[in-house]
Design a protein around this ligand. Structure first.
Ligand code: HEM
Length: 201
């Protein structure tokens, strides 16, 4: 019964994760993305990536808070889709914006704090995606958990990248940061310990 529920949860997450891609691809193909389709592709894929990245941290926080590991089964899926959208985000930037012209693209990737935060976040997500398989979990042993804590670094960098994408402080990145904060705090060892003791009582 439980595995049936998990299966449906996984199917729902897969289906929901593809919706933004299909809507975006359809809009792009039909010319329905407004006057700046390239910018729209970059912005939308970036937003979806950050939402999925933050959502991928929820299962661990829920487990720490309630002891229920039911959502842990979709953590990896959410993380991988976050990486997929981040990779599409970079692809949109490199292809649609820069036509893969490395003379201009490479300097742009390291041009300023916004670009650097995005680049490091993406490299971390790539590393985590590569090492997310069963083989790597076995090979890395205890270090796998340590390595995968880098998700939190990637999330912080992604929120900074989001905030630095605008000249002024906007509400959306602040909301993303506010959503991330409790998820980060719950993982700090003394807080996690406190939560575990509180749960046992
Ligand atoms: C090499 C890596 C990256 C590059 C080159 C890059 C590039 C960009 C650019 C050029 C923009 C501004 C788009 C515009 O205003 O027209 C942007 C915005 C954004 N990026 Fe990235 N990015 C990278 C990595 C990431 C990652 C890893 C994430 C999230 C996980 C992310 C999330 C966002 C978000 C949320 C925005 C703001 C979207 C909006 O305006 O609503 N980016 N990025």
């Amino acid at each position: 019964m439980r595995s049936q529920k998990t299966l449906w949860l996984k199917i729902a997450v897969h289906a929901a994760a593809w919706v933004p891609f299909v809507v975006l691809a359809w809009g792009y193909w039909r010319g329905g993305l407004g006057p700046d389709p390239t910018g729209e592709v970059i912005r939308r894929t970036g937003r979806v990536a950050i939402v999925l990245l933050i959502l991928s941290l929820v299962p661990t926080a829920v487990k720490l808070l309630t002891g229920s590991g039911a959502l842990i089964k979709v953590r990896r899926i959410l993380g991988l889709y976050a990486f997929m959208y981040a990779a599409l985000h970079l692809l949109g930037f490199a292809w649609l914006d820069y036509g893969f012209d490395l003379r201009f693209l490479l300097p742009a990737l390291v041009d300023g704090r916004r670009a650097l935060a995005g680049l490091i976040a993406l490299v971390v997500l790539l590393l985590l995606a590569i090492t997310s398989t069963g083989g790597w979990i076995r090979r890395l042993g205890k270090n796998w958990k340590r390595l995968h804590r880098l998700t939190y670094l990637a999330s912080v960098l992604a929120v900074l990248h989001y905030a630095w994408s605008f000249k002024e402080l906007r509400a959306a990145p602040v909301v993303a940061g506010a959503a991330l904060l409790p998820l980060l705090v719950a993982r700090v060892p003394p807080v996690a310990g406190l939560l575990a003791r509180w749960r046992r009582r």
